[in-house]
Design a protein around this ligand. Sequence first.
Ligand code: XIL
Length: 384
Amino acid sequence: MRCRLGCTRNDLYGVLYHLHRALFILAVTGLCLLTGSSKGQRKDDPLTLRAAAEKHHLLMGTAADADLLSDAQYASTLRSEYSVLEPENEMKFDSIHPAPDRYNFSGADALLAFAEANSMKVRGHNLLWYQQVPGWILFPSSPWTPAALNKVLADHIATVVGHYKGRVYAWDVVNEPFNDNGSMRSSVWYDKPGIGYAGQGTKMIEQALRWAHAADPHARLFVNETGAEGFNAKSNAVYAMAKDFVRRGVPLSGIGIELHTGIGFDQPGSLDALQANVKRLAALGLEVQFTEVDVDTPNGDRFGMSEEASVYRDLLDICLRQPQCSLFQTWGFTDAHSWLTRPNGVRGWPLPFDRAYRKKPAYRAMLKRLEGRGYDGPRPLHAR
Ligand code: XIL
């Protein structure tokens, strides 16, 4: 600027122009710093579910599929948004133990490697379930005796838990053991012919927990149940079992509440009952984990996404407020790969990311809730 005494009009415009430019650049930089919206979030940016949940000492999990790890978008969303990964199918009996003398750890091993490379914890799912049981168990060439089947299950649990000892931090040891009326569910393991405890209530569950505990004494052990969210005969049976196991020192760390829900779940009655049920389980000193959250929409349409977001927010709110609730986990994370999504696209917009991995209202509602207050002290997550 060469005008000492007599500045021309042009010189003044020049000064103003540079001043404006400088202010503009300053403002944009400040805005970017404040919102973190400059290209690509840093790894420690709080604006992921994972990082936002960590502030409450809460684990944020998802079911995952080994075959999809090669999809770059799938993998990058999984690693940045979640701190816990649970194989959706790869550890189930038919996948991992397809023939009497053959185990197939490949899918689960790939998921474990991915999780470890990204500092994620792994939840094992599952060791004893009435579904996804292989043909060699269901249709043996000569009928099983309970003693022989008992040995099969004992070996299976010892082998699978042993294979992942120290690497799988928590197991769904028994999955969905109860009927809606609270009785034990009939299955090849319980009574057809069963492993020797038919008619003996929760003895089979206790035995499975003891086998798993022997194979990895540090792993956290869960019984996982569906349709036992609020108060009903099934959740009462889960509670009675839990109380009995705690009293007798059976190695049970907590209860998994699946929470496959729909947008109708967002009613004060359902939410209050869930909260009270979580509270009574927590009062036994047990961990409670929300293990398979998804929110189905009636008619399978994509409308109702804001109702869906409210359900996610309210479920997360219940977990956030409860010190013993250590994990909020969804059953997958993208509508592109949900068990509720049919190949023809009918039914299923149940997850926080849409089919193109865009963040849905459900995602934003969760993040917003996580940015608010909850119980912020320690949770039983690093107990090993
Ligand atoms: C489902 C998987 O998501 C599907 O891919 C599979 O075909 C069937 O099982 N409760 C459970 C999960 O505990 O293991 C189930 O997962 C969903 C219901």
